[in-house]
Design a protein around this ligand. Structure first.
Ligand code: F6R
Ligand code: MG
Ligand code: MG
Length: 376
């Protein structure tokens, strides 16, 4: 078995939270080259979306492997050093712990890992997003793997016809459940339509019995008990030969659906598919961005990437996202642009409740209504 790991962290922004500095990428690229040279990794590449650096790696250590996670941690310490030296914003933001122990769970960096036996040809797409949360993958995963209006193969490909199995996490109560589509479709949607709490963690083919997709599912705000940065998610999707075709995997992003994140991690805004040269949130720290990096994996080597959203067929999604942004921005601090109180990443509410406690007074009990027949 080979493992494809995407491990990512925000270790400093250039400028503000909008992007990463090229010197940070250079340091990370050297670390990955060395790790390939030392035999720790089969292959690796470094990419980004907004202020997050992603290490995309193939190796034989399995998921949650100490060797690979500690390598990623050390690499993020190095990019943090660069960020500190240049005075970049929020240096080391996602490194929540003082020291590494065992694996990265609960330590800040996000990761998606998929263990697989390489097929004769292995096309894979790595999605990286900024200014949103892991539940942002729920809608496109549903469309790719369960919606025949998106994925023609569900109807006309014999291998896909039996459907897919979704593994869903409850991030609040730390438990999981499986749904087999199409049979459990309506149950699945009841849960994953609430993406702040229920997040698709993995998808498997019913016929092939192989894993087709993996997402990162950490919520930094819950881990740290307070806001420390939006847990910008990553996702791996394998394609073709009985799995959704590359074009079926990209298709859901032609609709710039609304996600939670954007300014201060506290607003709904459209999800904009972009090429790497546009992966820098700007307006209102948004709109949230997603890049799609396509690879052919061959003998563990990452042949690529192809920057799949850098294509005119996604121009309309980008311009529609700008229109939706105009519309939502006009709501200012009102819902549904601003998130409901319980989902805010930043809040002054607790302080306000405290400060204003003695200014609130109970409403007087209503006067009893006397029927007209008994009046006067
Ligand atoms: C959202 C995000 C940004 C920041 C905002 C304020 O995920 O990263 O929108 O929340 O720029 O940042 P601070 O509080 O660091 O000034
Ligand atoms: Mg940041
Ligand atoms: Mg970010």
């Amino acid at each position: 078995m080979t493992t494809l790991s995407i491990i990512k962290a925000d270790t400093g922004g250039f400028v503000g939270h909008s992007s990463v500095h090229p010197d940070m990428l250079a340091v990370a690229r050297k670390a990955v080259r060395d790790a390939v040279g030392d035999g720790l990794l089969m292959d690796g590449t470094v990419s980004y979306c907004g202020d997050d650096v992603s290490l995309i790696m193939t190796h034989e250590h399995g998921a949650d492997a100490e060797a690979v996670h500690s390598f990623a941690w050390d690499t993020f310490l190095r990019t943090t050093e660069v960020a500190k030296r240049l005075g970049l914003y929020g240096a080391g933001q996602d490194l929540l712990s003082d020291a590494f122990s065992g694996n990265l769970r609960g330590m800040g960096p996000g990761y998606a890992e998929l263990e697989y036996t390489e097929r004769p040809s292995e096309p894979v797409i790595c999605f990286l997003a900024d200014k949103t949360e892991p539940g942002a993958w729920n809608l496109p995963l549903y469309k790719m793997f369960a919606d025949p209006f998106n994925t023609a193969g569900l109807v006309i490909d014999q291998v896909m016809h039996a459907g897919f199995r979704f593994e869903v996490y409850d991030l609040y109560e730390e438990k999981r459940i499986w749904f087999d589509t199409p049979r459990d479709l309506h149950d699945l949607l009841m849960y994953i339509g609430a993406p702040a709490r229920y997040v698709v963690h993995a998808v498997e083919s019913a016929t092939l019995g192989i894993q087709a997709a993996a997402t990162s599912t950490q919520r930094l705000s819950l881990i740290a008990g307070k806001y420390v940065g939006k847990d910008d998610p990553v996702m791996i999707v394998r394609c073709q030969s009985g799995l959704p075709a590359v074009g079926e995997v990209l298709e859901p992003f032609a609709f710039p659906y609304t996600v939670a994140g954007c300014m201060r991690g506290s607003h709904h805004a459209p999800f904009m598919p972009v090429g790497l040269d546009q992966a820098h949130p700007a307006r209102f720290d948004g709109p949230p961005r997603v890049v799609a990096l396509g690879f052919q994996i061959h003998d563990g080597k990452l042949i690529g990437p192809r920057d799949l959203f850098a294509d005119p067929s996604f121009d309309r999604a980008r311009s529609q996202a700008n229109e939706v942004m105009d519309y939502l921005r006009r709501h200012g601090p009102f819902e549904p642009h601003r998130l409901p109180l319980e989902d805010l990443e930043y809040t002054t509410m607790r302080q306000l409740e405290h400060d204003m406690a003695d200014r609130w007074e109970p409403l007087a009990a209503p006067e009893p209504v006397v029927p007209a027949s008994r009046r006067g």
